[in-house]
Design a protein around this ligand. Structure first.
Ligand code: SF4
Length: 72
């Protein structure tokens, strides 16, 4: 969810069923801003606040990666 203006480009913004701005997901369910080859964020400097709070290699991050079968 995009709750503050960090400059996310319009083409990556969608609206949820309640009308709130969220990151657009592509057919694979992943955020449209993920580079599918490198798994890096292509809008890193403008990523939403929640993405800044989700700490890399944190317990939550590691658990999510395990659930998604990501091992790189
Ligand atoms: S950090 Fe991840 S979820 Fe957040 S905008 Fe970038 S690619 Fe999308």
């Amino acid at each position: 969810m995009i709750i503050t203006d960090t400059g996310v480009p319009e083409e990556y913004i969608d609206r949820d069923e309640w009308g709130s701005e969220v990151m657009l997901r592509l057919d694979d369910g992943w955020c449209a801003a993920v580079d599918r080859d490198t798994l890096m964020c292509t809008i890193y400097e403008n990523r939403p606040w929640i993405c800044r709070e989700f700490e890399m290699a944190s317990y939550e991050c590691e658990e999510e990666r395990k659930e998604q079968g990501i091992d790189k």
